[in-house]
Design a binder for this molecule. Structure first.
Ligand SMILES: Nc1ncnc2c1ncn2[C@@H]1O[C@H](COP(=O)(O)OP(=O)(O)OP(=O)(O)O)[C@@H](O)[C@H]1O
Ligand SMILES: [Mg+2]
Length: 450
């Protein structure tokens, strides 16, 4: 919930403003002087300041200048009487968000407050978008017709409308973040923010302040107050990526926030109510982390109300060509090229490869193919040249060049992958399907580096 600091030397003025603000569904605190206001700002979390201009001691204009010296972002609205409009204009030049002429009515006050809070939100949103743009230019839906991915899509559509926490598991590049975004976009929160925080990418000392924010001076280097991702995501969705890498002691704090629905910025004792939907993701096996005392079991149960398991790409070979086509079209259209068609023999190569980097690896390969391909079709030799070196002797169009052994190996490999795909990566069942001993299957998997 957003918090407004009202500054007015007159008691009745403060009361009226506080009542009006609380009727807007915001919370408020009050100070009777500029000095008092600064003290509040030092210790508490505030999202907006509403100050009278003329006060004994520090004036509203001086207060504004003091605030700006340490915080360039906090919106300040000036209340002024007709006679002092000139000073209000000066306040605008010094970074006030707006001024309101006294006497004013509730509607005017509401309009200005909402505009200030929305403006701040748009600024934060722009910043987030800029951060996200670097890694992911595309936010389209989850592609694929395989039974495995259709099951995921169906589960997502069931959990999206709720506020329940969702844990998304899966290997790297399987689309965990894409799934998290899909849940947010199909939820009633879709017009609010989707905020992602990668717990593995941030040094553990900074992670707490990233999550919960901090007040000025909370630690060395905290020169200005900052909201945490929880506050920024208020009303929306917070995506905690790589949750398995969160330091153990921070996990307890996170659990408390989730249980109580309130956050405190580091160094502050103000409790802010927050309404955030939590989606977390991990590519580690959390049950192992729990057994090794690296992950709290109570937090796991809290996050794992629903679990969405993203299947590895090798287990949904049916999707590979479709995905390849989608990516080819996407990158070629960016380049102003007509996408090449995928030949059937090329499709077989793509379907046989094990894709350890999953969809991301396929996407990157298609990006390279889009740039480099000069033909109207995507040929097997060309695609092979783009795959890692270990793959370069594994295609069956190479029978004549590379001899029988290599061709047989390639066929074996393909049949093994198909069997694993059909059995959901179950080695015992796959071996039975192939009519070989499970031990032989293990041996071949190792030999082919699969
Ligand atoms: N089913 C899919 N349809 C279309 N694009 C997909 C699909 N799955 C993944 N992608 C794309 O693949 C790339 C990797 O996906 P994403 O970042 O969601 O993976 P991740 O599981 O979060 O990976 P990591 O564990 O490495 O963070 C993204 O560009 C994403 O858009
Ligand atoms: Mg990810």
């Amino acid at each position: 919930m957003k918090r407004v600091l009202v500054v007015d030397d007159e008691r009745s003025g403060r009361r009226v403003l506080q009542i009006m603000i609380e009727e807007l569904g915001l919370s408020s605190i009050a100070a009777e002087s500029g000095e008092g206001a600064l003290e509040h700002l030092q210790n508490e979390t505030v999202h907006l300041v509403l100050t009278d201009l003329k006060m004994p001691g520090m004036s509203g204009l001086q207060l504004l200048k003091e605030i700006r010296a340490s915080d360039t972002e906090l919106p300040v609205i000036i209340l002024t009487a007709y006679g002092t409009v000139q000073t209000a204009v000066e306040a605008m030049k010094n970074g006030a968000f707006d001024y309101i002429l006294r006497p004013f009515d509730a509607d005017t006050l509401e309009a200005v407050i909402r505009r200030a809070l929305a403006f701040r939100r748009i600024e934060i949103e722009n910043q987030l978008l800029r951060e996200q743009l670097e890694e992911k230019p595309e936010t389209r839906g989850i592609q694929g017709n395989s039974a495995a991915i259709q099951e995921v899509i169906s589960l997502i559509s069931k959990v999206a409308p709720t506020k329940s926490p969702v844990l998304i598991t899966g290997e790297t590049g399987t689309g965990k973040e894409l799934a998290a975004q899909a849940i947010h976009r199909s939820s009633p929160r879709k017009s609010e923010l989707f905020v992602a925080l990668n717990c593995a990418a941030i040094p553990s000392q900074l992670l707490e302040s990233e999550l919960f924010g901090h007040v000025r001076g909370a630690f060395t280097g905290a020169d200005s107050p900052r909201p945490g991702k929880f506050e920024v995501a208020d009303g929306g969705t917070l995506f905690l990526d790589e949750i398995g890498d969160m330091p153990y002691d921070l996990q307890a704090k996170l659990l408390r926030v989730l249980e109580e629905g309130v956050v405190e910025r580091v160094g502050s004792n103000t409790q802010l109510d927050i309404d955030v939907r939590i989606i977390s993701s991990t590519n580690r096996d959390l049950s192992v982390a729990i057994a090794e005392n690296h992950f709290r079991e109570d937090l796991f149960y809290r996050l794992n109300v629903f679990q969405v398991q993203m299947p590895p790409l090798r287990q949904r070979a049916d999707d590979i060509v479709q995905l390849a086509q989608v990516f080819l079209e996407r990158y070629c259209s960016q380049l102003g090229k007509i996408p090449p068609t995928i030949r059937p023999d090329t499709a077989r190569i793509l379907e046989t490869y094990a894709w350890p980097g999953n969809v991301r690896e396929l996407r990157n390969l298609m990006e390279r193919a889009s740039v480099l391909c000069e033909e109207t079709t995507l040929g097997p030799r060309f695609v092979r040249s783009l795959l890692p070196a270990t793959m370069s002797h594994e295609t069956d169009d190479e029978t004549q060049e590379d001899g029988l052994d290599s061709a047989v190996e390639s066929l074996e490999r393909r049949l093994i992958l198909q069997a694993l795909s059909k059995t959901g990566d179950n080695k015992a069942k796959a071996a039975r399907l192939l009519k070989i001993a499970e031990r032989t299957l293990w041996y071949k998997l190792k030999k082919f580096g699969m």
